[in-house]
Ligand binder design. Structure first.
Ligand code: ATP
Ligand code: MG
Length: 351
C-alpha cells in the first residue's frame, strides 16, 4: 500500500506562506492531477512528499507511515523535476542507471532495466549521448525513465510532458497511464494543461495561493465548481453576478437567471455557465422552452477551430463565450443579433 496522505501541511518562506493547511489523500495506485497557477505551491508540495523539503506544520505519510524522519532515498519515490535535473556530464544510460547504482543493483540487471526503461520512453539508440546533445522533449523522457527505473511506489511528476510537441505528448500521456496502471504506482502529476489533467487524472486538486481550493474526480469538479476561481481555472465559464432570491439571480439589467440550486437569500452572488451548454438562436427563431434561461446578445467574433466554433458575444458590454459543434449548418455571422439559451440545470450557483 502506498497511499500518500498530506495532513494540515503548511510551509513558510520568510513571511510568505507557500502552502497553508493543505490536506489531501492521494489514493494508492491512483493518478492524481495537481493544478494551480504559477506560484500556488505545487512544486513545494511535491518536494516535501519526496523529502527534499520539510513542512513547518502538519504531517505527511506514505503507505500509512509518517515520513518526517525518513530521508529521500528511503521513501521509494521517483520524481521528475520541472527542470529535469539531469547530470550534464553523464550519458543518457548513466543518468537513468544512477538510481540503481546507488542502490547497489548488479551490472547485468542494471543494464536490462535501463534498456527496458529506454524502450518505454522511446529513446532507443540514444543511450550514449549527453543531455546537451538531446532535444528538450528527449531530456524530459530521460528524466521520466530515470524516475521509473527504480520501481518506486510513488511517482511525482512536475510537468513532465510540457516540452513535448502535441503528438509526442499524447503518445506519452497514453504510455504514462499504461505504465502507471501496469505497475500500480501512486502518481501525483503537476500540469498546466487542463485537458491533460481532465483526461489523465482519477482525481484533481486545485491549489490557489498555497491553499486547496477544490478537490475531487475531474467530472465532479468540472460540473460542480465550488467557486468562480475553480470554474474559470478548470475549463471556461461565463460568470453572471447579481442579487439572489431563492434559486434566482437578478442581474443588473433586470434579467432573471434561474439556478439549478438555491442560494442563501438576500445576498449578492454569482453563477457560472459553461460555453458548451449555451445554444445560440437567431433572434427571429423559435421561442424558448420552459426551464431555460435566455439572454439577448450580439456576436462580436467567430473563431473557427475545425471541430467546433467559438463565438464571442456582447451582452450589456460584457463578453460571453459560447461553443458550437461544427455540424455543417451555416454559422452565425459576426454582428448578428441572437438569443442565447441554456438549461436551468446548466446554471451553476457559485459560493
Ligand atoms: N526556496 C524558496 N525560497 C523562497 N520562496 C520560495 C522557495 N521555493 C518556493 N518559494 C515560493 O513559494 C511559492 C510557491 O512556489 P512553487 O514553486 O511551489 O510554485 P508552483 O505552484 O510550483 O509554481 P510553477 O507553476 O510556476 O512551477 C512561490 O511564491 C515561490 O516564489
Ligand atoms: Mg512548480
Amino acid at each position: 500500500m502506498a497511499e500518500v496522505t498530506v495532513h494540515g501541511v503548511s510551509r513558510f518562506f520568510g513571511s510568505h506562506a507557500a502552502l497553508q493547511d493543505v490536506s489531501i489523500d492521494f489514493p494508492d495506485g491512483g493518478f492524481y492531477g495537481l493544478l494551480g497557477p504559477s506560484g500556488s505551491g505545487k512544486t513545494t508540495l511535491l518536494r516535501m512528499i519526496a523529502g527534499f523539503d520539510f513542512p513547518d506544520a502538519g504531517a505527511i505519510a506514505i503507505g500509512g507511515e509518517d515520513v518526517a524522519a525518513l530521508p529521500v532515498q528511503r521513501r521509494r519515490i521517483g520524481m521528475v523535476f520541472q527542470n529535469y535535473a539531469l547530470f550534464p556530464n553523464m550519458s543518457v544510460f548513466d543518468n537513468i542507471a544512477f538510481g540503481l547504482s546507488v542502490r547497489g543493483v548488479a551490472r547485468k540487471e542494471t543494464r536490462d532495466r535501463v534498456e527496458k526503461a529506454v524502450d518505454l520512453v522511446q529513446l532507443s539508440g540514444l543511450g550514449a549521448r549527453r543531455p546537451h546533445q538531446l532535444s528538450g522533449g528527449q531530456r524530459q523522457r530521460v528524466a521520466l525513465a530515470r524516475a521509473i527505473v527504480t520501481r518506486p511506489q510513488v511517482l511525482l511528476l512536475d510537468e513532465p510532458l510540457s516540452a513535448l510537441d502535441k503528438s509526442l505528448r499524447v503518445g506519452m500521456q497514453i504510455e504514462l497511464k499504461r505504465i502507471q496502471r501496469e505497475v500500480g504506482i501512486t502518481t501525483i502529476f503537476v500540469t498546466h494543461d487542463q485537458e491533460e489533467a481532465l483526461t489523465m487524472s482519477d482525481r484533481i486538486g486545485i491549489l490557489r495561493d498555497g491553499r486547496l481550493e477544490q478537490e475531487g474526480p475531474p467530472a465532479e469538479i468540472y460540473d460542480n465548481p465550488a467557486s468562480e476561481f475553480a470554474a474559470t481555472f478548470l475549463g471556461d465559464a461565463n460568470i453572471f453576478r447579481g442579487t439572489v432570491d431563492g434559486n434566482t439571480i437578478h442581474l443588473a439589467d433586470g434579467t432573471c437567471l434561474h439556478c439549478r440550486e438555491a442560494l442563501p437569500p438576500g445576498t449578492r452572488a454569482a453563477c457560472a455557465v459553461r460555453p458548451e451548454r449555451i445554444m445560440i438562436r437567431s433572434t427571429a427563431g423559435p421561442v424558448e422552452a420552459a426551464a431555460m434561461n435566455s439572454l439577448p446578445a450580439r456576436i462580436t467574433k467567430r473563431i473557427f477551430a475545425g471541430n467546433s466554433i467559438t463565438y464571442l458575444l456582447n451582452w450589456q458590454g460584457e463578453t460571453l463565450k459560447a461553443f458550437a459543434q461544427n455540424t455543417g449548418t451555416t454559422p452565425f455571422d459576426e454582428g448578428a443579433a441572437v438569443t442565447l439559451h441554456w438549461a436551468v440545470e446548466s446554471t451553476i450557483p457559485l459560493s
